[in-house]
Design a protein around this ligand. Structure first.
Ligand SMILES: [Zn+2]
Length: 292
């Protein structure tokens, strides 16, 4: 009896082992090769378990970002805005990443930035984090908006302007800003080979007096606060330059800004302007402020 029981047990164990080998062996090897095949094009080197876990934990955030990028509803200057796709290049620069806005690595870069800002590091540019990003950019702008006095202004030659027939009183720029602009333009020309007939990065508008600003506002009363600054325009300082970056020079329509943010001139500014002391106004691709 005892022996029979042992035999039965042995048979059961052997059967179970065979059954599990049959069940798992093909599945296991298939699963492994499938993992290898899909993983190879993304990560050529074998990632450690913790690294692959970290990457995959941002896959959900990346999926959310691909929706938020086009759909996030937010308000700026009293106007309803949709998505943050127009700011891809600014985001890449701020987050120090070259990865596409919908990628896992971009979400990981967002999480790093969120952590530094004391936000929940979920990797998603949702309402909360996006508005923190906007505040960050706005906080980097010109702080002192005192009007320039005439001795602080120089008159730039017509050739520096998008419209070379621009009146002499509209060609004034704050002295240090103008010097920095010329240096930046030389560097842009060297990198982008703009050529003598190119209008890219020419000045559309620089110093504007309060009186002139008021006149502009009377001409387009519907521009709103996202359009022409009413009381405190950085253009009063002579340190704000509207530069030609393509499209309709100063039109905030999304379709126009989409054209502007895709030009090599704009992308160059995003990457390089800070070296020359210029910071962007995120909402207007053409508007740059000298902050030194
Ligand atoms: Zn401007």
């Amino acid at each position: 009896m005892k022996n029979r029981k042992v035999h039965l047990l042995v048979i059961i164990v052997v059967l179970a082992a065979v059954a599990s080998a049959v069940a798992f062996a093909p599945h296991g090897s298939q699963g492994q090769s499938r993992t290898k095949r899909t993983a190879a094009p993304i990560k050529p080197t074998v990632a450690s378990t913790s690294a692959s876990k970290a990457v995959s934990s941002f896959a959900a955030a990346a999926a959310q970002n691909s929706v938020l990028r086009n759909e996030l509803s937010w308000t700026f200057g009293g106007k309803q805005q949709r998505g943050w796709y127009l700011y891809d290049h600014l985001l890449s620069e701020t987050l120090s990443t070259n990865d596409a806005a919908v990628s896992d690595d971009f979400a990981a870069a967002v999480a790093k930035w969120q952590k530094r800002r004391g936000l929940s590091a979920n990797g998603m540019l949702d309402q909360n984090s996006w508005m923190a990003m906007v505040s960050h950019w706005q906080g980097n702008r010109l702080k002192n908006r005192t009007s320039a006095t005439s001795d602080q202004l120089v008159t730039a030659p017509p050739a520096d302007f998008y419209d070379s027939s621009r009146a002499v009183e509209l060609r004034q720029v704050e002295r240090a800003t103008y010097d920095a602009y010329k240096k930046m333009l030389d560097a842009a020309n060297a990198d982008l080979k703009l050529g003598p007939n190119s209008r890219y990065l020419k000045i559309v508008s620089a110093f504007r007096s309060r009186e002139y600003q008021e006149e502009l506002r009377r001409k387009s009363p519907n521009a709103g606060s996202a359009g022409l600054a009413v009381n405190n325009s950085p253009h009063f300082t002579g340190r704000a330059l509207d530069l030609y970056v393509g499209g309709d020079p100063v039109d905030t329509k999304d379709a126009n800004r989409a054209i502007q943010v895709a030009t090599p001139a704009y992308k160059w500014l995003v990457r390089n302007a800070d070296r020359f002391g210029f910071r962007p106004y995120f909402y207007e691709p053409w508007h740059w402020e000298y902050v030194k």
